[in-house]
Design a protein around this ligand. Sequence first.
Ligand code: 13P
Ligand code: SF4
Length: 336
Amino acid sequence: MDKNSMTKEELLSEIKRLKEKNKVTIVAHFYQRDEVFNIADITGDSLELAKRAKEDKNPFLLFCGVGFMAQSVKLLSPEKRVFMPCIACCAMARMIDKSYFFDSIKAMEARGIKKENILPVTYINSSAEVKAEVAKMGGLVCTSANSKIIIENALKAGKKIFFLPDRCLGQNIAIAMGLKSAVIGIDEKLEDADIICYDGFCSVHQLFTPKDIDFYRKKYPDILVAVHPECDPSVCAKADFVGSTSQIIKYVRNLPIEQKVVVGTEFNLVNRLREKNTFVLSATKPECTTMNETTLESIYDVLKSIDNKTYANEMFVDEETIKWGRIALERMMELS
Ligand code: 13P
Ligand code: SF4
């Protein structure tokens, strides 16, 4: 049947039929639009998705999220065939590649920091190739849910931490742990810092400002503010709660329903949090545009391609990158 002539109900029932017939598990990040989120078998933050997809028994996995998340599943479970409804990328993850990684190491060396005294820690929002280079230098991955415990352990090596690619997450961890941070290309004295940050950022979370928090506090003096650690440190400093997507969900859902809360993260997540007294911390819609490229139609197209064995949008990672990228992820998983 042509998808353009199907009703929404017919499209949903075809998706269900094709997915069951071909043993495909649908995985969706919290930032997916509702219609996609609602049909997923597994939902979660980036850490939970990587862990739960690894345990899943089906041979095919359809990943509704962004590229680094689907790649992480492939690194942990290379035997699985991983597909994406559309090849969506995380703009922050794309702000660093292997050559910018090496240039950053050189910038630290130019400030007298020896390569053997640098331990890289990459946010999971990075490519498999970058994760592999991090592992080769003895480093590992963290997510926003486990960043503190990962950095606490990394510091035991007695080295400078090179945190990439998210400047804000790196600075926020440093503040929370009472450490000094510096940003490559912005701060001169890298050698004085405990955590040296790459200057990447998430444009969605950069939308939130301290003024947005002031606006809501003035309007509703008892309101609580919850934000993701990809927000600028000036925003996190004014918030009542800073946490990963799953931690924000838990925090907000545990509040009494009459307690007003304003949330600084992606629109789709905030919108389905709770039926009332929940606000989005920006008058501008904070939508992760690439996450929102995934639709029921694109899911149907890829399921159909699995059914007719033409296999559209399959993720491939070369063996060497899998070997090293997996080490970076497994070092994280041993600790969290
Ligand atoms: P989480 O790890 O909290 O799901 O966040 C991923 C992300 O991309 C946030 O912008
Ligand atoms: Fe990447 Fe930002 Fe989208 Fe998260 S919200 S996937 S960090 S672009």
